[in-house]
Structures are given as C-alpha cells and as structure tokens.
Design a protein around this ligand. Sequence first.
Ligand code: NI
Length: 227
Amino acid sequence: MILSIPGVLSPDDAHAMRERLDVSDAWVDGRATAGYQGAPVKRNQQIAESSAIAHELGDMIVGSLERHPLFISAVLPNRVYPPLFNRYEDGMHFGSHVDGAIRIVPGHGARVRTDVSITVFLTPPEDYDGGELVIEDTYGVQEVKLPAGHAIVYPATSLHEVRPVTRGTRVASFFWAQSLVRDDTQRSLLFDMDNAIQRLNAQNADDAARRTLVGCYHNLLRLWSET
Ligand code: NI
C-alpha cells in the first residue's frame, strides 16, 4: 500500500526546518549510509546521522507522525528508525534499489526491521524540477512529489528511485518503521477495515454490527501482530 499523509508538518514548520538544514555544516556524502546495493547508484547529500540537528528535527517529525491517526492506522508502528535528511541538487539522484531489511540504530544498537519506508517532503514542488520518488508497486509505477510537510509511506519491499533534480534543491526526510504487522497485505486489510469502521461510527450505524466489526479488527490484529 502506498499512501500519502498530508500535514505531517505545517508549510511554515517545513520551511523553518529547511532553513535550519540549509545552513547546517553537518551535510556529508549520502553514500555514508548506503548498503552495497545502494552505494553505486546513490548520488546525494545527507545530514550526518549523529548530528544534534538530525536528532532534534527527527524527534519533531516522529512526534508529529505519532499523533497522526492516518499514520498510526496505516503503519501500525512498533519501532521507528530515527529520521535522516537528504538533499538533491545539480543532477543528483538515487538509482533504483531496495532498502536494506535491517538497520541498526547508531549509538543505541537496536535493530529495526524496515517494513515501511517513509519520506517527508520538505521543499515545495514548485521550487525544483525532477526529484520524483518513483516507486514500483504491484499495481505499477507510481511517481510521487508532494507538497512540503506531506509524507508518503510505502512498503520497504518496493524497488524505488529518486529521479535527477534538474533545477533547484530537493530536501526531504526519510526513514523506516518496523510495523506491528510485518506483511503489507495484512496491514492494508486492517487499514481498510479501520477506515470502514470509522465511517460507520460517524454515521452511528447499527451498534451490534459495529461491535462485531471492531472485535474482528482487534482479533485479526492480535493474530497478525508481533511486538
Ligand atoms: Ni531507498
């Protein structure tokens, strides 16, 4: 399931974050965090993972996502890898790849299985050309370029790339979540079911039927989740 999550950050907060990142001296070659598959095709810059600014801005993003009902319902997060920040300009790009399955949180040692990939766009799309996130999904190829402050979540099992940026600069945050439900199909079914229940709640539909459906949701979650 590929889902866009609007308003993770307000346009003003995204702008303020970008201004902080623009003047940071913590930018390094993006290959610092690439695996053996990603490194040869990765041409971008990243904020050093251990820098104070990465921690501070990353905490703001995770805090905001954890209060976002759509994110919780769609991702069912168990562990979230601390957000990273990247920048593409002057033709920089990231060729087609699949993200590594397991990431170890630096300085902490915790392992995060990457079930869901998340990108939060920080630059308004009118400020740059190219830079589309292209995701190969079971339904075909999706090209994603969202307003500043919006996020896209997609299965980390997907092949994806970032097209060359041919004008301006594209700044984004990217990271991964280990979900309580590892399988994307099961997660999607729970998400659809939760949405349907919310709609029935809003319509004050048949009480007993809603109770049964909510029970099914939780019993499926109990069956499929791991903590
Ligand atoms: Ni990737």
